[in-house]
Write a protein that binds this ligand. Sequence first.
Ligand code: ZN
Length: 184
Amino acid sequence: MASTDSGQERAARRATARAQIRQYPDPVLRQVARPVEHFDDDLKALAERMMRLMHDASGAGLAAPQIGLLRRLFVFQPDVDSEPRALVNPEVVERSEETAIEGEGCLSLYTLIDEDLTVPVQRAVRITVRARDLDGAELEFESDGHEARIIQHEVDHLEGKLIVDTDRAADAEARRDAMRVLRH
Ligand code: ZN
């Protein structure tokens, strides 16, 4: 049946994409990425490749270190209807005092947590982001809710931080779960 076939194809594409994404405890996930200096065709090709991988892996965001490249670049797509975007050399320059705790998954943690499981993480609900686009133009914008959460998660990747880290997981229980997961 067509629907089953397409479901199987989708699952196969997802598995192929995920096989290209570095998994915990790969040390590259713990390193700080370097700023991008050249805004050239190679950078655009890299961003396109990352957007394809993110899409095929059914992810909402993917940072360059997750494919083994220590460069300050990530792509994200908060929901299937929005256009995927790339941010280069991103910085969160302002964070609201108001925070929220929500469960997050990660494409690099499938060795630790099942894809249906999430780790509760406390994040600012509103942020101001400064970055460059793929042409090197400066951007500054405000973001909130789900998109702001994704951006904070991806910026963490550029600093070598993961949602299972004790200073990221939201509360004592989440930290305990994270530690249990880390010991596996
Ligand atoms: Zn992640």
